[in-house]
Design a protein around this ligand. Sequence first.
Ligand SMILES: N[C@@H](CCC(=O)N[C@@H](CS)C(=O)NCC(=O)O)C(=O)O
Length: 265
Amino acid sequence: MKTLILYDIPSKLEGKYWSDNITKSRQVDPLSAPAPADITPWSPHRFVLGYKGLPFQVEWVELPDIAPRMKEIGAGKNRLADGAETYTLPVLGDPNTGALVTDSWEIAEYLEKTYPEKPTFSHKSKGLIRAFTSALINLLQPAAIFPIFRASQILNERSAEYYMATREVMFKQKISEFSPEGPKRDEHWAIIEQAFTTSKEWYVEEEGKWLMGDVFSYADIFTASILSWLNRVLHEDEWEKIASWHDGRWGKLLADVKKECNHRM
Ligand SMILES: N[C@@H](CCC(=O)N[C@@H](CS)C(=O)NCC(=O)O)C(=O)O
């Protein structure tokens, strides 16, 4: 089998990945308030590739280089959550079929169809899981600006400059106003904690460590990819706080999903 190619955005962190991507334009189906902007990155695609045991290599592309590089390889455009049409990562190239797939949800669908052996949408759960991911994003969306602010601090210089400039336009405020310590940051924390409290209520509906009880699925991958994003971009004490909520449920879920998906970090 030929090695698949994942186009991803590097950071200064060990292992480079951070963009545990990503806002799917499709995932911000407005269940409640419309999404203020893209809640960017978490990468379910990495977990899916790992779970299915598919060989892949990463081509790192800095943010300002995404458009020229994607044009060069002939990848399709996508939409950011604010509706702007642009080139985004992740993109997956599969030399076994010639496919070039943009968007993390499309990638998950493609991998499921092409490599069905270890399903991530079993029991015809795709529609329900899509609704779950939308619901979870909508819970977190009003506080996303806090991890987005932190993400601007872990990118390489060129990407950081690009990211800050584009996100300031997107959110119509200066980066220093995104989530300053004090009442605004406290409010972001309260929103994040409430989002995970609600998720816990969903998780405990069935016995077993996964959302679907004993059945591992893309829902767990998606939740873990958000956790992984928070783990990567937030300061250690901030991540520790989240990991410890609900008797350590979230730190454990991330570790369990990593194990299930043979995640290397
Ligand atoms: N719906 C897409 C969203 C992808 C996305 O927003 N990617 C960001 C990563 S930070 C990106 O590539 N942004 C390019 C840019 O901001 O110009 C997905 O799920 O893959």
